[in-house]
Ligand binder design. Sequence first.
Ligand SMILES: [Zn+2]
Length: 206
Amino acid sequence: MKKLPNGVLQLEKSRGANGYVLPLGDSYAVIDPGMKSGAGGVIAELSDAGVARDVSHILLTHYDIDHAGAALALVEATGAQLWIGRPDAEILRGQRPAGTFSRRITSSIGRPKLPAEVHFLGESPGFLEEVTAIATPGHTPGHHAFVWGKSVFSGDAVMVRDDGTLKQFPRLLITDKPAALASTAVLESLDVQWICPGHGKVTARR
Ligand SMILES: [Zn+2]
């Protein structure tokens, strides 16, 4: 794992999206463990660092396969609780259709599997005191960002320019454009110093 200047650890063996590890005193939270094909590497990486047994929470910004694919294997390996927005869990469980034609095509090809027990961000009791989950729908209906200290983990709610300003994802990847714009405004209003996106570099705000 790579230690970032904001005190966050970044997974080096995950595939797909950026995966982050938050040191929380006596436990760790993993944000977006990546694709299923990277699960073995992530579990080995956490074990080698001596933290696999102390992972208490796995937080998913949203349901996409490049963020959530490894979640089930990681739950099975660590016994951690899995947290995701309810609408995204319902899409993965086939209880709710994905919001756009292109998303229905992609989710018919392969959907990440969830464990039997899932905790809903913003609803279920027992979420981490040190972390704030913020509903940021748009890219997906149940998308959440996470704030820890002066860092925000923004998933695919936005993309980040080199100067730390935020921009939209390509339209094709957005489920609900007005919601995505509103979520961008919410993220811009946060009092944070670091943006840790789902893709691209961790970037300081200027
Ligand atoms: Zn995504």
